[in-house]
Structures are given as structure tokens and as C-alpha cells.
Ligand binder design. Structure first.
Ligand SMILES: [Zn+2]
Length: 137
């Protein structure tokens, strides 16, 4: 992957830019170059489109055991969020209620994306950023 393409993809990730199929209108995030619904028909018709970054929780899990870089944050909630435009993406819920709450209450809850530090590499000092989600109701 070229450096230019890498940065373009990073920027798209931060700004919630996905692609929309010119034929069927389906949204993709992360961006795709080919629509999985109409495939060949839509080749060359994918357009960049900024997504709202809001959606609802369709599934989630409480993480109790994480890789070293994320250990300080456990337990935390990872959710599959269905964005208003349709794509489903996985992200951390930054303000989840205590894990002993009734779990079913979480399904269908509205969330907004927030831009947060994902991890920091202690040796290099590099800090990685990306999206997470925040409960809004
Ligand atoms: Zn399509």
C-alpha cells in the first residue's frame, strides 16, 4: 500500500467516510470499491459519502481479558453498531453502564461516534486514534 493511500484511508476512517453504491444505494464502511449486492453492475459507480456516525447497538460483549495495550481499560464493552445508513461496524462503547445491568436493555440503544485514543505505544510514543461510540439515550 502506498503512503498516500494509507493516509487517505486513515482520514476516511476518522471522518467516517464510506462509499455509497450508485446502483442500489447501499452504504459501505469501511469504504469498498465494489458493491457486494450488485457486484459488477456497480463497478466504477461507488461514491465517497460521509456517514452520520450515529446508529444503534445490535450486539455487544463485555471484554474482561484484553491484550496488554488495552489491559488498563478492562472491563469494557465492545458492540456491533448498525449505523443509520446501514453498515455494521464494531467499536468500543465509552460510557457503558455497569456490567451487572440487565444486558438486554443495551440492544437497540442509540449511539454516536466519538473520536478517541485507541492505544499508546509506550516505546515509540505513537498514539493511535480511531472511532468509538457513546450511548446517547
Ligand atoms: Zn449496489
Amino acid at each position: 500500500m502506498s503512503v498516500a493511500r494509507f493516509w487517505r484511508e486513515q482520514q476516511n476512517r476518522y471522518n467516517f467516510v464510506g462509499t455509497k453504491c450508485g446502483s442500489c444505494g447501499r452504504f459501505f464502511f469501511p469504504p469498498r470499491e465494489i458493491c457486494t449486492d450488485c457486484r459488477r453492475k456497480s463497478l466504477g459507480k461507488m461514491e465517497n459519502e460521509k456517514l452520520s456516525g450515529s446508529g444503534k447497538i445490535v450486539s455487544y460483549t463485555i471484554v474482561h481479558d484484553a491484550p496488554d495495550a488495552f489491559k488498563a481499560q478492562v472491563p469494557y464493552m465492545m458492540a456491533i453498531v448498525e449505523l443509520d445508513e446501514g453498515p455494521r461496524i464494531t467499536g468500543q462503547i465509552v460510557n457503558y453502564p455497569q456490567p451487572d445491568n440487565d444486558q438486554d436493555i443495551m440492544i437497540g440503544r442509540k449511539v454516536n461516534s466519538v473520536f478517541r485514543k485507541i492505544s499508546a505505544d509506550g516505546k515509540s510514543g505513537i498514539i493511535h486514534y480511531g472511532y468509538k461510540f457513546k450511548l446517547i439515550d
